[in-house]
Design a protein around this ligand. Structure first.
Ligand code: DGJ
Length: 726
């Protein structure tokens, strides 16, 4: 960090973020990009003299164009006619004037663990509201090695009256808007985080979520890039928000060609009553710049997530999940049979999904009754835990803690804990309702009932599901802050459990990947990426997710063919090769698998075990744009860059088509590498050749004269090559 006069320069390993305090007491953004020398600010400062006839400016300075300048944060009704980052109200009205006061170094604290840890420097630019005792702090945290800047905003009310906070974005970034494009990651259940690319035109683009969760419909991660950027080249900035609730992404390209980027809690329906003496802290936003295209940007984000978001650093066992194997049809005997096969095959964890508790034979009952179903487990889950332990396997179980079924003892005893509003036609989802986590008793009940099971039944792992979105909300006259308080309540429960049980692994899940966000990743090392495990769908979902999140956070299971979500038929190898690009596991009835596939599965698990740290912490490069091309091509390398894998997923067979040429990346130019794999490929070449010329795949199957030296890239096929430095 370099501060001189009224200039502030934040440096990470490869980037600089620069702004200054104007003589009027605003924070003016000057630069965010590739690192530049400290203090070399002169060229960045705009030279202004006279404004347009209809511009707004302070009465004493005609050159100060408020609706044209780049600001670090903006306020409604202060002359900036673009969308603003903050809107407050009190008895006096909506006009609040914040003026620079001082710089604070260090001292940033959050109320819970949903925040990044291990920053190198924290600095706040402190503003005071002149006619009220209000303090605003714009916090900047530097994560030097990850090339990430995190931002958060604190509003402190030392005044005499409550303040209504109607909008408070986590950050604002005003940059040049010309020749830029936007990448967002949108979708639905079973189609999460599909990349969509848009040009940035005049006007506003607003997206986000209003369902109470970060959502499958619009992930909080997005990218703003130079129009010609791709995986390997071009300037781009990746953004994300450490939050699991309603969020908002807002971009505005204005008449002066500027681009205002903002992100934070979605202000639609939001209104927080900030009582006197209290502080409101926004969720943290994060941003990373890279001039090395999307791959460079993704790797910064990956590094940041692994080293500053995910807390759990212990082992991640190779798991078998029972959901698609038995659904609700489980009992101790069936699971013991599965456990026998699981142990022979090399699995390290059995995760008993839905159906072990209450009287849960389908999805209509029992949510909230976290007591073992004695019909299915007469001697409790501990019998199963002991059994699997004797086979060197750990036990995990599924919970959906935030939910309640009408048909449950919990509802009989506490009907007021369910979010059901009187006097309206209530709306249900999967036949269930959401518990009011803003209530302290509800949070205490969750912590104690989950703790009881974890301790008594010897549980090492929880799959934390969340299968319906919000309709009705609570909070009475404070309903505007209900969804925010709900998320805070959720973080409190998760924080309490992770503090109590350091060995406990929590898998995040929300009907698949409906809450794949940095907030949940502060408590869960990984998230169930999607319910859709079909390789074609998964190639899209995993590639889309990889833009913002590392492979080590994506839970990827091999499942049955035909696939239960798409009915598509895929070979074992294709299913395994796609699932291998994440935290590998399985969910199918392995007692019904044929011997050949079972042996293959055992081999994959063995290989994966020796490779799992490389997948979890290694580097991931996209070598093609799978969303727009016929092939997804992924290169994964171990952290030292000495060995790795190349996965090619081919969507549709094209007869008599030229064979694919793959240009690798991230290799040492003058080192030699050997590549072996599908189609008996075996080549040795220098890193520089493999990165510049690339290598051609052996000829593909062409309908006749198929030889052993050809690849067999037909419809829906994934093949693999290994790469090793010699
Ligand atoms: C939805 C999850 O995404 C599935 O993996 C499974 O756990 C079911 N819920 C169980 O009800």
């Amino acid at each position: 960090m370099y501060i001189k006069d009224n200039f502030i320069q934040l440096n990470t390993k490869n980037t600089s973020y620069i702004f200054r305090i104007t003589k009027r007491g605003d924070a003016e953004h000057l630069y965010y990009g590739k690192r530049v020398p400290d203090g070399d600010w002169q060229p960045m400062v705009e030279k202004r003299s006279l404004l347009l006839v209809n511009s707004l400016y302070p009465s004493d300075d005609i050159s100060y164009g408020i609706d044209d300048m780049s600001f670090e944060y903006s306020f409604a009704h202060r002359g900036d006619s673009r969308a603003c980052a903050m809107l407050l109200k009190d008895d006096k009205g909506e006009v609040f004037d914040f003026v620079f006061d001082s710089i604070q170094k260090g001292g940033l604290k959050f109320d819970n663990k949903a925040c990044a840890y291990g920053s190198d420097e924290d600095i706040a630019v402190v503003f005071k509201c002149t006619d009220r005792k209000l303090t605003l702090k714009l916090w900047y945290s530097v994560f030097y090695d990850s090339d990430v800047i995190a931002r958060t905003v604190q509003l402190i009310n030392d005044g005499e009256t409550d303040i209504s906070v109607d909008n408070i974005m986590s950050y604002q970034l005003d940059i040049d808007g010309q020749d830029k494009k936007l990448l967002t990651f949108d979708g639905a259940w079973a189609r999460e985080r599909y990349k969509t690319e848009k040009s940035i035109e005049y006007g506003r683009y607003v997206s986000g979520s209003l369902s109470g969760m970060s959502s499958a419909e619009c992930n909080p991660f997005f990218v703003v890039a130079q129009i010609n950027a791709d995986n390997t080249k071009g300037d781009c900035i990746g953004f994300n928000l450490i939050y699991s609730g309603n969020h908002k992404i807002s971009l505005q390209r204005d008449t002066y060609e500027g681009l205002r980027i903002m992100q934070g809690i979605n202000d639609e329906g939001f209104c927080f009553n900030l009582q006197k003496g209290k502080t409101f802290t926004t969720p943290q936003g994060v941003m990373t710049f890279s001039c090395d295209g999307y791959n460079g940007m993704s790797q910064n984000m990956h590094d940041f997530v692994l080293n500053h978001i995910v807390r759990y650093k212990g082992e991640l066992p190779v798991m078998l999940n029972t959901w698609e194997a038995v659904y609700f049809g489980l009992n101790v005997d069936k699971l013991k049979t599965i456990a026998d096969k699981a142990s022979e095959t090399g699995f390290e964890m059995l995760v008993v999904d839905d159906g072990w508790f209450g009287k849960r034979d389908d999805d209509t009952t029992s949510l909230g009754d976290w007591v073992v179903d004695k019909r299915k487990f007469p001697r409790g889950l501990k019998e199963l835990a002991d059994y699997v332990k004797s086979k060197n396997i750990k036990l995990g179980i599924w919970f959906e803690p935030e939910m309640i079924s009408i048909e449950s003892n919990l509802y009989k005893n506490h009907p007021d804990w369910a979010l059901i509003n009187s006097g309206v036609r209530n709306i249900t989802g999967r036949g269930q309702y959401i518990l009011d986590l803003t209530k302290k008793q509800v949070r205490e009940y969750l912590v104690s009932s989950i703790s009881k099971i974890v301790e008594e039944q010897k549980i090492d792992y929880i799959k934390w599901d969340f299968n319906r979105r919000f309709a009705e909300i609570g909070g009475g006259k404070d309903s505007g802050s209900f969804l925010y308080n709900y998320v805070e309540g959720l973080y409190e429960v998760l924080g309490e459990l992770t503090d109590r049980y350091s060995h406990l692994i929590i898998e995040g899940c929300a009907s698949g990947g409906g809450r794949f966000d940095l907030g949940m990743l502060c408590f869960s090392p990984f998230v169930w990426t999607s319910d859709n495990t079909n390789p074609l769908s998964r190639a899209h979902i995993q590639e889309g997710t990889s833009y913002g999140y590392p492979m080590g956070t994506m839970l990827c299971h091999i499942s049955a063919s035909p696939n239960h979500q798409t009915a598509r038929i895929s070979t074992f190898d294709t299913r395994a090769n796609v699932a291998y690009n994440g935290i590998f596991g399985c969910q199918m009835d392995i007692t019904k698998m044929n011997e050949e596939d079972l042996q293959k599965l055992s081999k994959v698990i063995e290989e994966y075990k020796s490779d799992k740290d490389n997948i979890r912490y290694g580097k991931f490069y996209r070598l093609s744009d799978g969303f727009n091309k016929n092939d997804f091509v992924w290169q994964t390398m171990n952290s030292s860059g000495d060995s790795g894998r190349i996965t090619v997923y081919h969507k549709r067979f094209m007869p008599v088509y030229s064979s694919l040429r793959i240009k690798l990346t991230g290799l040492k130019e003058d080192a030699k590498y050997r590549i072996t794999g599908a189609g008996k490929l075996d080549i040795t070449a220098y890193g520089s050749t493999l990165m510049n010329s690339g290598f051609s795949l052996p000829q593909n199957y062409n309908g006749n004269n198929m030889s052993d030296d050809a690849t067999y890239l037909v419809d829906d096929t994934a093949i693999v090559f290994n790469i090793k430095k010699l």
